[in-house]
Design a protein around this ligand. Structure first.
Ligand code: GLU
Length: 507
């Protein structure tokens, strides 16, 4: 692409960033990196009634956790700043005035009560009140006043809003890189508020002015903004500015495909919808996050990348650089993508098993210290991790699969005892303990070999012996290969467990 590619992620700090928002940021980032462009973070905080303390920090920390980096933003700086709209307040009034001067916008002095009354009346008639080409003719706005009257209102400080004047009887044609050409009739649109007499712009005005001033080339955002696109296109035309290209990303859907994925689905179905844990500053309510639930950011990002975009091949595992390499907007689908919590765990599993045993052991050592106050020898932990990593999706699940390496069984799974502990088990295990005691090189290989010879020579059942032995060593019917377990436990501990197990089960 020859033009300068500049994209932005423009969140409003009204709460935690939903995973759909993270995906929007991710696609912007991939697109920017792929095309040698710039990625900008702009905080859209003009609606101060919806400001939530901590949200801005949360958004930035979440994106950093995901490895999504910005070239310009409130931290990075840049020559198009400031990057927080509340700090750009002085910029917007002139643009609002410009639209009034050019006849594309007007002052509306209707009070909130008056408009409420109109809404109620309309509702009573089963209609919806819309401030549009029809209703504006009989409302308190500058279109129905002469210049003297307007000036008088303004001089007296009567509160007002500036509304965009939607042109009558025209069609607005928009191009979207994902959806193609979309046309809407101007009658379906309302005269949206652009600016308020408190000096603050609304989202629509600030967004368009900033995209223009920041020379944004591509607006990549969620499908929920598609209804705003006709207004945005009209605003660009009214300002006589070059439009950016638009791409509206498909929705993230609930796992059953019925509707948009919401915070409540996460609570109801037991998966996070936020990248990091969030504590609501007002209610204190905690919403779970992928980070705290033990996901690797790479797994979370990989999963999100494929939720709406496809690489055109069967490849599923993509690191960030591979995503950048493979990404293109023409492989983003139009229809919503169903979120699959199980597949998300699968992705984490894939990243977990790709860790070196060293790295995984290091992570688990931290967990063991923090959660179990255990500080086992690293070499032992590396070995254990190599034996069981295939069985888990998360580091915190390792304990459930491997606790017996650290704790001698105190009880024995009753069902397993019933099924696996036979009348001759005691005698067999005693003999086996003597045999094990004789092994000098207590390695899995050696142990396996000796047991096999003993079983064959005595015509015993391999399954019967191994099941009983596992019960004594582990306390249950779980765990990796027995030779490996014994190698890790060591000779003394293995024999000790066999003896105390026999005692416990013979009573
Ligand atoms: N501030 C809007 C939001 O919160 C930005 C929408 C856009 O990207 O234009 O999503």
């Amino acid at each position: 692409m020859s033009e300068n590619i500049r994209v932005r992620f423009a969140p409003s700090p009204t709460g935690p960033l939903h995973m759909g928002g993270v995906r929007t940021a991710l696609y912007n980032y991939l697109f920017a990196r792929k095309n040698d462009g710039k990625m900008i973070l702009r905080i859209e905080d003009t609606d101060q009634t919806r400001f939530v303390p901590g949200a801005e920090q949360y958004i930035m920390e979440s994106l950093a956790w995901c490895g999504i980096q910005f070239d310009e933003g409130i931290i990075e700086g840049g020559s198009y700043g400031p990057y927080r709209q509340s700090e750009r307040k002085s910029i917007y009034a002139a643009y609002s005035d410009q639209l009034i001067q050019s006849g594309n916008a007007y002052y509306a002095f209707d009070t909130a009560e008056e408009l409420d009354e109109l809404r109620k009346q309309a509702e009573a008639e089963r209609k919806t009140f819309i401030y549009n080409s029809e209703s504006r003719k009989s409302l308190r706005n500058s279109l129905n006043m002469n210049d003297v009257e307007v000036k008088k209102h303004l001089d007296e400080g009567v509160p007002y809003v500036v509304r965009f004047l939607i042109p009558e009887n025209t069609s607005i044609t928009m191009n979207d890189l994902i959806r193609g050409t979309v046309t809407v009739k101007s009658e379906t649109l309302d005269d949206k508020v652009l600016f308020k007499s408190d000096g603050m712009p609304t989202y629509h005005l600030a967004n368009i002015v900033d995209d223009h001033l920041m020379e944004i080339s591509h607006v990549i955002r969620g499908e929920e903004w598609l209804p705003s696109l006709p207004l945005h296109v009209l605003l660009y035309e009214a300002f006589e500015w070059k439009k950016p290209q638009f791409a509206h990303l498909p929705l993230l859907l609930k796992p059953d495909g019925n509707g948009k994925l919401s915070k409540r689905d996460g609570d109801r179905l037991g998966f996070p919808v936020f990248p990091m844990q969030w504590k609501d500053p007002t209610t204190g309510e905690i919403s779970s996050g992928y980070r705290e639930n033990g996901y690797y950011p790479e797994a979370f990002v990989n999963m999100l990348a494929l939720l709406g975009w496809n690489p055109g091949s069967d490849q599923e595992i993509f690191g960030m650089n591979e995503l950048i390499e493979a990404f293109s907007l023409d492989r983003v689908g139009k229809s919503g993508s169903k979120f699959d919590p199980e597949k998300t765990k699968w992705f984490n599993h894939q990243y977990l098993i790709r860790q070196t045993d060293e790295a995984l052991a290091q992570e688990w050592l931290k967990w063991l210290k923090a959660e179990k106050n255990l500080e086992p020898e690293k070499k032992k932990v590396v070995k254990i991790v190599s034996l069981i990593k295939e069985r888990v999706n998360f580091v915190q699940e390792l304990w459930e699969e491997a606790n017996f390496f650290f704790e001698t069984p105190e009880s024995y799974d009753e069902k397993v005892v019933k099924k696996r502990w036979k009348t001759d088990s005691s005698e067999q295990m005693k003999t086996l303990a003597i045999l094990l005691d004789d092994i000098q090189d207590f390695s899995a290989e050696m142990i396996d070999e000796k047991i096999k010879i003993w079983i064959t020579e005595n015509e015993l059942s391999m399954g019967g012996i191994m099941n009983a032995l596992r019960l004594l060593l582990v306390g249950a019917a779980k765990g990796p290969h027995l030779g490996d377990i014994m190698e890790v436990l060591g000779k003394t501990e293995s024999i000790k467990r066999i003896s105390s197990g026999i005692k416990a089960l013979s009573n």
